[in-house]
Every structure is written in C-alpha cells, then in structure tokens.
Design a protein around this ligand. Structure first.
Ligand SMILES: Cc1cc2nc3c(=O)[nH]c(=O)nc-3n(C[C@H](O)[C@H](O)[C@H](O)COP(=O)(O)O)c2cc1C
Length: 194
C-alpha cells in the first residue's frame, strides 16, 4: 500500500454525456479531498479489444497496461451504466483484462446508473464480479436511478445522491488496506500477548 492512498476510478460508459463518468469523477474528487491521489480511467481513451485469452500481449491493445494500473491502486471506484439489466460491456471488458493478482485485497466502491428504476441486480452483479477477483467491495454502494433526471449540466442534480457518491469516495480512502487489518491485528496481538 502507498503512503498516500492511490484511488483509481473506472467509468463503464463510452457516451460523451455519461452520467456514470460524472458520478465517478465526483467520487474521485471526494477521495482526493480525503487525502488520496486519484486517477480517472476513461475507457473512451483506451484501446481495449474484446478480451481473448488466446491473444498475445501485443494483440491486447491497452489491456495489459490497464491491468498494471489497476494493480497499483489501493482502492477502486467502479461505475457502470445498466445495460440490459447488468454491467455494461466496456467495464466488463476492462475487468476481464484484470486478474486476481491485480485486484486481490483492493478496497472497491461500486456505483450503477440506470435509465429506469433502482439498479439493485446490476450492483449485485458487479459486486459478485469483484469478489471473484478477491477485491473488498464496501457494503454500501450507490444507485443512481432515473438517469434522465439525475444529472444536470455536467453534475449530479439531486444533492442526496451527490452526498452518497461523495461518501463512497471518502469511504474507499478510509477503508484502504482493510484486507490487511486482520494480519496487522494478529501481529499486534502477538506483540502484546493478548
Ligand atoms: C444498450 C442499453 C441498454 C440499457 N438497458 C437498461 C436497462 O436494462 N435498465 C435501465 O434501467 N436502463 C437501461 N439503459 C439506460 C442506461 O442505463 C442509462 O441511459 C444510463 O444513464 C447510461 O449511463 P451513462 O449516462 O453513464 O451513459 C440502457 C441503455 C443502453 C444504451
């Protein structure tokens, strides 16, 4: 873990006016306010061919570089739009390039943006996926339903939702390294003989 926590946000929408990107950026701003260094991975700028396990690194575009960046993160903020009731393919492709070695022990904040109602299944799908990668998703994720009304001129229209997004950003910083705390506790118990 870095002395100053490093938080990477990944937005799973390629749309220019993406609400997901706005929300991930707001969470990252809050993470920066909580003392982290932050980086927003905007998948429009990355060459990510559909993941093919048979492809060589040379034929995998920016996939290996993306996995290497994710590996450096102490925490991730993953945002996905809801596409057909689940994770959007750009984010899923990005995650497919990552392995357990890249994500294990990383604190993860999850958010989902839906055109319709509360996107609980999508949040659960994303949670299940990062758990398979041995990441540590925060118990509280953020849902942004009714996206057509949720964003206004590049920002989140509803301040309650905005505050929840900010809380997600500051919480990933507060809980960086949580995966190692058991080990640290065991060590201190050994030292004190408790
Ligand atoms: C291919 C596609 C599938 C979608 N499927 C759903 C869906 O199943 N449920 C839903 O609530 N919204 C659905 N939507 C709407 C998006 O979730 C919504 O427009 C969201 O704001 C997109 O995120 P973005 O603003 O970050 O691009 C879909 C949109 C697209 C383009």
């Amino acid at each position: 873990m870095h002395d100053t926590p490093h938080v990477i946000g990944v937005s799973g929408s390629l749309r220019d006016d993406s609400g997901t990107r706005i929300a991930v950026q707001r969470a990252l701003d809050a993470a920066a306010g909580a003392g982290a260094t932050v980086e927003h991975i905007d998948l429009r700028e990355w060459d990510l061919p559909l993941f093919d396990p048979d492809a060589s690194a040379a034929d995998s575009g920016d996939g290996p570089e993306l996995a290497a960046r994710v590996c450096e993160a102490d925490a991730l903020i993953l945002g996905t739009p809801v596409y057909h009731g689940t994770i959007a393919s750009p984010l899923k492709t990005a995650l497919d390039y990552c392995g357990i070695d890249d994500v294990e022990g990383t604190t993860i904040g999850i958010l989902a943006v839906a055109g319709g109602g509360f996107p609980t299944p999508t949040l659960q799908h994303l949670r299940a996926s990062v758990l398979e990668l041995k990441g540590w998703p925060l118990p509280q994720d953020v849902a942004i339903p009714d996206s057509w009304a949720a964003f206004d001129d590049g920002s989140i229209a509803d301040e309650d939702i905005g505050e929840r997004v900010e809380e997600l950003g500051s919480n990933v910083v507060a809980y960086t390294g949580v995966a190692n705390r058991r080990e640290e506790t065991d060590q201190s118990e050994l030292a004190t003989g408790d």
